[in-house]
Design a binder for this molecule. Structure first.
Ligand code: B12
Length: 526
């Protein structure tokens, strides 16, 4: 059978504004590859199906091109994959455009947001035939075999002929992840390169870049995260041998940098030790990055990871206030953060990154300032201070429902910064003002107290950015402006594409009836 798979992105994550082609003639796209559809493609191809992939990061395949291609290819199924609340409006627009163009096309949606909101999506977007929940590998094979009657396919939400929406039982979590082939990285005519080092710094290399997923899930109960719900609170992993075999293949294919998109890569020490050993034995030199919790028991393996070319380690530090850590149910201590960051640096991991959130419930101005003081005490190389947001499905959403701050009926598809709806969060403008002031202080502090580390980072940035641009980027906050972006910034993603990001967030607030007016009406008879 023939399947078209599309990775839907919001425009803030669209590639590079100017066209750039590598030596091999392929368009270079800055960002993470869409491994969700790449995995599904590999599985489908192994079973003999024909697959065509589209990634909306490709400026050559906007919606109208995808619609025209689908009309030409006449697939048995069009699968749209998207990650988050912010890309849902774009997935709706594309689904409706496809349905308007071909009333008989079967359309499926999948991904984390779709999984957690399946029934609501099916009712809001009747143009979509199947909303697919959870892991997609076996599901898509089963669905293809039962397109006309998916009643026996676990994990699918669909509509019977009498109009009843059916939410088939969940698919049991599959622990055998080694059974699936490596992602199909060949079917998109794109080369992914890392984002400029201003958003997620990843491994800071200009090598051919890709991502891998070696485990799924995280069992901790942080109130802002929906991953435990998506994975039923479980953590599952591929074996070390399977991971090493994929890295080996990637090296043979010319990749030089890999980021593991695992929710918590650092969970199992023995597996990490085996991966590091395998990397050494196979002579793999790919530089890689990963993220995990600061209370990981893998800390004693940081030296082995550094030796196995782990270049970047990202920790969810969140805040410098124990009170807020506890409020977020992060179940970690400030002391654990200090120990982990110091251990990673001592082990020789080049880039140790701290993810922080600002604008949490019950956070005072003093807590916020303490977060920046804490960040300055940590020997972190890079950091990001993002605003806390609430997503449907998380424990924080449940709390907001109970407190009457949101309703499932009206708000389920909206993207909210907590400060916009929770009176126990500091006002958005205050958070912004304090963050800007403290960030300046932090940059000066880093240069004065960690000059060698700061200069090393500058050196790494200089590999991909002109020195003039680096300097301008550093002094810009002191002029109180985010304007005058450098060329490098223009090429990078979210941080610099502030306006697009806001536009994507705002689009989630547009009532669906209004959004539907943006696409042609569905064709009659469906
Ligand atoms: C890597 C990543 C990113 C990358 C982007 C990767 C990309 N290709 O575009 C970056 C860093 C850019 C990013 C950005 C953002 N992200 Co992000 N990201 C992730 C992360 C860590 C991994 C995603 C991944 O690659 N998974 C691996 C692949 C194999 O899995 P998958 O895509 O889910 O696909 C599987 C199934 O879902 C299913 N499936 C998927 N599609 C389909 C389609 C069909 C038809 C079928 C049958 C099945 C199916 O089959 C696949 C195989 O099993 C997830 C956490 C997670 N575990 O999912 C967060 C996550 C998706 N991100 C999240 C968020 C919030 C964002 C941002 C909004 C952050 C921000 N404020 O800017 C942006 C929005 C990006 C966007 N365009 O939508 C949230 C979403 C929560 C929500 N309800 O909205 C998550 C869940 C993190 C979290 N803990 O809350 N992200």
């Amino acid at each position: 059978m023939r399947v078209v798979l599309v990775h839907v992105r919001d425009p803030q994550f669209y590639a590079i504004p100017e066209e750039r082609r590598g030596k091999n003639g392929r368009l270079q796209v800055m960002g993470f590859p869409p491994i969700g559809i790449m995995v599904l493609s590999a599985v489908l191809k192994r079973e003999g199906h024909e697959v065509v992939l589209f990634d909306q990061a490709d400026p050559d395949t906007p919606n109208d091109v995808i619609v025209a291609e689908v009309l030409r290819l006449k697939p048995d199924l069009a699968g749209l994959s998207f990650l988050s609340t912010t890309s849902y409006p774009y997935a709706k627009i594309l689904a409706r455009a496809l349905r308007a163009a071909d009333g008989g096309l079967k359309i499926a949606l999948g991904g984390v947001f779709a999984t957690l909101n399946a029934e609501r999506i099916k009712k809001q977007v009747p143009e979509v035939d199947f909303v697919c929940r959870g892991d997609g590998e076996q599901l898509i094979l089963d669905l293809l075999a039962h397109l006309d009657d998916p009643s026996g396919v676990p994990g699918v939400t669909w509509q019977q002929a009498d109009g009843t929406v059916r939410h088939n039982p969940d698919r049991p979590l599959d622990r055998n992840l080694d059974q699936w082939p490596f992602p199909d990285r060949e079917s998109l005519d794109l080369d992914f390169v890392e984002s400029m080092p201003l958003d997620v710094p990843v491994v800071l290399s200009r090598e051919r870049f890709t991502t891998m997923q070696t485990s799924r899930g995280c069992p901790w109960p942080c109130i802002f995260c929906d991953i435990p719900i998506f994975n039923e609170g479980k953590w599952r992993s591929r074996s070390a041998a399977h991971v090493v075999a994929e890295l080996k293949r990637l090296q043979e294919d010319g990749y030089g940098a890999v980021y593991f998109v695992d929710d918590h890569f650092l969970l199992k020490p023995q597996r990490i030790a085996e991966i590091c050993r395998g990397i050494e034995e196979e002579g793999i030199t790919i530089q890689w990055g990963c993220e995990g919790r600061v209370d990981s028991s893998c800390m004693e393996l940081f030296p082995a990871m550094a030796k196995a070319h782990c270049r970047t380690l990202m920790f969810g530090v969140e805040t410098g206030s124990q009170k807020i850590l506890d409020r977020l149910k992060k179940e970690q201590t400030l002391a654990e953060t200090e120990t982990a960051v110091a251990a990673a640096k001592k082990a020789g991991i080049e880039i140790v990154h701290g993810f922080f959130v600002v604008g949490s419930p019950d956070e005072t101005e003093e807590d916020l300032r303490e977060t920046f003081r804490f960040a300055s005490r940590l020997p972190l190389d890079t950091f990001a201070f993002n605003r806390l947001c609430v997503y449907r499905g998380t424990p924080l959403w449940q709390e907001y429902l109970a407190r009457g701050l949101v309703t499932d009926e009206a708000d389920w598809y909206k993207y909210f910064k907590c400060s916009a709806i929770d009176p126990t969060v500091l006002p958005g403008e205050r958070i912004h003002a304090i963050r800007s002031a403290e960030l300046k202080r932090l940059i000066i502090f880093k240069f004065l107290h960690y000059p060698v580390q700061a200069m090393r980072l500058m050196g790494r940035l200089a590999r991909s950015m002109p020195v003039r641009d680096i300097l301008w980027m550093l002094v810009k906050p002191f002029f109180g402006t985010s304007n005058g972006q450098t060329k490098a910034e223009a090429l990078s993603r979210a941080v610099e594409h502030g306006e697009m990001k806001t536009a994507a967030e705002n689009l989630t607030q547009v009532p669906d009836e209004e959004l539907s007016r943006l696409v042609p009406a569905p064709s009659a008879g469906k």
